[in-house]
Design a protein around this ligand. Structure first.
Ligand code: CU
Length: 332
């Protein structure tokens, strides 16, 4: 017993004596970790700045690789450069904007994404008045420019949907596409009463001469892969002459009520329910997409991240016209 006590006391003494040393060692280790991690992120930005004086002038291969290699995910904001203080309904206005990364640099290098550098989605926050349009781009200034007409008064969300060219990957390892947004007020919004976003009870929607019949799982549940099919007929006849639209058979912009969570879905138009079979990313993005499925069914597969009310805007092209249909659904 005494022996144990002696040993313990001995250990205690040693510990007391070496404690300061242990603390110092730990601090040094923390310091090293901190410095090494800090150095690795700084070097990219410095590289970008240093390389060409004025930041972001045409990102070269080095930047693309360093961003991808560093696995550092940049975040981006939509910076409006035109005034939006006096937007009026039914008056065309030119919106200009730039995309700025989290280091304050203007993004000028974009990957072609479904044949476009930038997809611009405009929607009133009650999910009315949806527009999917494509701005002009000035690579020298990094500025996008687009004429927009807001049909009614209200608060609108402007989404900039694009893929940075730096090859960043998202958590799933897919090429990262990002969708920063800005809200703008149009007209006297004190007179604006948002419309209710009510789930559709009818499965058939009519747009001009088109009837679109929706089939979806009942009940629609969150975090479960769901297949949504839109069967398209025109004057009662199945539409089988759909054309490639922006590198796909159809695009689906899915927006959640209130939060306006955004998802961009595609039916790639390949036989075998919307799969990518026989479709290269290259073709998809450069518009050389050869769709083999030309209708009458459009299919999207999606796993809703949370319960709530969602509105799906589906767009396809037929005889040179882009048709937009929508369907509002309740997800449990
Ligand atoms: Cu687009």
């Amino acid at each position: 017993m005494l022996k144990i006590f002696t040993i313990l006391r001995l250990v205690g003494t040693v510990m007391k004596k070496s404690l300061p040393i242990i603390v110092i060692v730990v601090l040094v280790i923390i310091g090293i970790i901190y410095i090494t991690t800090k150095n690795s992120s700084n070097s990219n930005m410095q590289g970008m700045h240093m390389m060409n004086g004025s930041s972001m002038q045409g990102m070269d291969m080095g930047d693309k690789q360093s961003a991808a290699q560093s696995n550092r995910t940049y975040t981006y904001t939509l910076q409006l450069t035109s005034s939006t203080s006096n937007l009026q309904p039914n008056q065309q206005t030119t919106i200009t904007y730039k995309i700025v990364d989290d280091q304050g640099n203007i993004l000028k290098d974009y990957a072609l994404d479904h044949t476009k550098l930038m997809h611009f989605i405009v929607v009133r926050k009650d999910l009315q008045d949806f527009q999917h349009i494509h701005p002009d781009f000035n690579k020298n200034t990094g500025e996008f420019r687009i004429p927009v007409t807001f049909p009614e008064i209200g608060t609108y969300r402007l989404f900039a949907d694009f893929t940075p060219a730096n090859g960043q990957k998202d958590a799933q390892g897919d090429i990262l596409s990002v969708t920063p947004y800005k809200d703008v007020n149009v007209g006297d919004i004190t007179k604006y009463t948002p419309q209710a976003v009510t789930p559709d009870t009818q499965t058939i929607k009519t747009v001009g001469d088109f009837q679109i019949t929706y089939t979806l799982p009942q009940p629609l549940q969150a975090n479960k892969s769901a297949t949504i099919t839109a069967h398209v007929t025109k004057n009662g006849q199945p539409v089988t002459d759909m054309q490639e639209y922006l590198g796909a058979l159809a695009h689906g912009i899915l927006l959640k009520q209130d939060t306006l969570d955004f998802a961009h879905l595609h039916d790639m138009g390949q036989m075998g329910s919307g799969s990518m079979q026989g479709m290269s990313m290259q073709n998809m993005n450069t518009g050389n997409a050869k769709i083999t499925n030309t209708g009458p069914n459009i299919t999207f597969t999606y796993s809703f991240p949370s319960s709530g009310v969602y509105k799906l805007f589906t767009q396809f092209e037929e005889q040179g016209n882009v048709i937009t249909t929508d369907y509002t659904m309740q997800v449990q």
